[in-house]
Design a protein around this ligand. Structure first.
Ligand code: AMP
Length: 546
């Protein structure tokens, strides 16, 4: 596109939307403001900044340069936050490895992303040891809470803290084009092979500002502001913990990183660190509500975005009863992620809990700079009448350009010039979206995807299975879990137990994600088909989902 009328002044600084600029100027900068890890380690923002510079020195000493890829396997930690900054600030790409994938899938993503260095928490070294013969990665750095390296057959470069201590305090971060790739990670595709999405500095900065334009301007309910204390309860490998660590750092608020999720520790941190703003999937909230400690902690005033799956109404009402400001956020790996938030108008806040919950559990209204439509199969926009249901399609500055090294699926994703979410929804007159179903054939278990096609493939390999279809069914704890509808070969004998054992054998081999273990099996006479003879998953979900 030819730009006109720009009146370019060669003396003026050409400001690029780079991640380093978030760190240069948190909005409400207090160098003594804290970043806390598990309540055990505390760093001021001044120290955090110094550690980011040290990390950049450490990585460049290993040879990391612009365009290289550095992967991280860690729980939610101050170290991860340091990687969120130092790696992209070098011009390198941060690959946040999904530690819940099976070892084989992890190997695939490491290869596909072309990782040069891996920083791995001690808990994940066994996974790397299992696949080390097939890994083409030069350097491994150990992330250890007690700063020691356990015995490992991996050839490691050293431990993070020791290496940081040896590194200089000031790194001269370069300026470069804001359209440089900053992050990448993998989402489970319908075929089972993970697909890589990627985001640039410009996209992450605009997403940060977009979130602030919506959460930061809310007058009462659903806000994130300069006096909040932030604690993510969403894995940092999953879509940059919804981009909120960047928002928190831009704001300059106190940040609390909880490490591995232990319900009692999470509740303790909320209380002792006075956490006021978090986000998680419904399964984690279910875990917290079922922890015996829940009644010992005053959660009044805690603001929580629930996303990744629909917020159940009973959960929302329970939260409101406890004084928690719980509301929905919606997005996906492909969208950086946040697209919409279910914030309430002042009039809605006058309603009782039951009526408020009906709005809080909706999929929300689009954030600033997000254009959302529901469309029919011909891409016609449907009326906003709470009834007409179609696929959600999106435009926004922070959507992935496509899937990494996958032209075919990238074209399908952007068919017709809009990003296709694979989610079915309607929109009401006030602009609130409500997801009603999913077109994509995958199952979301506790916030992570399980490929139904892959499970079908495994079950089909049993000689006594004639036909199988796997769908997601409602589950109070996990949101969804996989159900295999199986037509057995009548000439052979096969018990459900045998079939489960057959499937779990594959899971144990590290081929399938662990969430597949939650598979249930139901034997049926036949499997519903559409008019063109395809398995009718929509009908099956309707029939069996509850
Ligand atoms: P992921 O790419 O793993 O982040 O998953 C994104 C998908 O999760 C979306 O396309 C939806 O199917 C589902 N999802 C995310 N947020 C919500 C929500 N608030 N309500 C219902 N489904 C959601």
């Amino acid at each position: 596109m030819q730009l006109e009328n720009t009146l370019k002044n060669p003396y003026a600084h050409e400001y690029q939307l780079l991640i380093k600029n978030i760190l240069n100027a948190p909005i409400y900068f207090d160098p003594k403001q804290e970043i806390v890890y598990r309540g055990e380690k505390r760093f001021t923002y001044a120290t955090f900044k110094k550690r980011v510079h040290k990390l950049a020195h450490m990585l460049s000493a290993l040879g990391v340069k612009k365009g290289d890829t550095v992967a991280v396997m860690d729980y939610d930690s101050h170290r991860y936050l340091e990687c969120y900054f130092a790696i992209p600030m070098l011009g390198a790409i941060l690959h946040t490895i999904n530690i819940r994938l099976s070892p084989e899938q992890i190997l695939y993503t490491i290869d596909h992303a072309e990782d040069d260095v891996i920083l791995a928490h001690t808990d994940f070294l066994p996974i790397l040891e299992q696949i080390k013969g097939r890994l083409d990665v030069e350097h491994f750095i150990v992330l250890s809470d007690d700063e020691t390296i356990p015995s490992t057959s991996l050839h490691v470069n050293g431990e993070y803290e020791a290496l940081l201590a040896q590194s200089a305090d000031v790194f001269d971060f370069p300026d470069f084009d804001e359209n440089t790739r900053a992050t990448t990670f993998y989402t489970t595709g319908t075929t089972g092979l993970p697909k890589g999405v990627y985001f640039t500095h410009r996209q992450l900065l605009l997403h940060t500002l977009g979130v602030l334009s919506t959460l930061g301007t809310a007058p009462q309910q659903g806000s994130f502001h300069q006096y909040d204390v932030y604690m993510p309860i969403t894995p940092m490998f999953h879509v940059h913990a919804w981009g909120l660590p960047y928002v928190a750092t831009m704001l300059g608020v106190k940040q609390v990183y909880p490490g591995r999720y232990i319900p009692d520790l999470l509740l303790e941190l909320i209380e002792t660190e006075k956490v006021t703003f978090s986000h998680c999937v419904p399964t984690i909230m279910h875990m917290l509500f079922n922890s015996p400690k829940i009644n010992e902690v005053n959660l009044k005033g805690w603001k929580v975005i629930i996303g990744g799956a629909a917020l159940p109404k009973a959960m929302c009402k329970e939260a409101l009863r406890r004084g928690i400001d719980m509301f929905t956020g919606y997005g996906m790996s492909e969208t950086c992620p946040i697209l919409s938030l279910a914030q309430l108008t002042p009039e809605m806040l006058e309603m009782n809990d039951d009526a408020q919950s009906d709005i809080r559990i909706k999929t929300g209204r689009p954030m600033g700079l997000v254009e959302i439509h529901v469309v029919d199969e011909q891409m016609n926009q449907l009326p906003r009448d709470s009834i007409s249901t179609g696929e959600i399609v999106v435009r926004s500055p922070w959507l992935t350009q496509g899937y990494f090294k996958d032209q075919k699926n990238s074209e399908v994703l952007w068919h017709g010039g809009y990003l296709h979410t694979g989610d079915m929804a309607n929109i009401d007159e006030k602009g609130y979206i409500k997801i009603t179903d999913r077109v994509k054939d995958i199952i979301k278990v506790g916030g992570e995807w399980v490929s139904s096609l892959e499970l079908e493939d495994i079950i089909n390999q049993h000689p006594s299975v004639k036909e199988v279809a796997v769908i997601g069914i409602d589950d109070e704890k996990w949101g969804e879990r996989p159900l295999a509808l199986v037509v057995k070969d009548p000439t052979k004998s096969l018990s459900d137990k045998e079939l489960l054992l057959h499937t779990k054998e594959f899971i144990h081999k590290g081929i399938m994600a662990r969430e597949s273990m939650l598979l249930k099996i139901k034997c049926v006479e036949s499997i519903d088909k559409t008019s063109v003879g395809k398995v009718d998953k929509k009908e099956l979900r309707h029939k069996y989902s509850a």
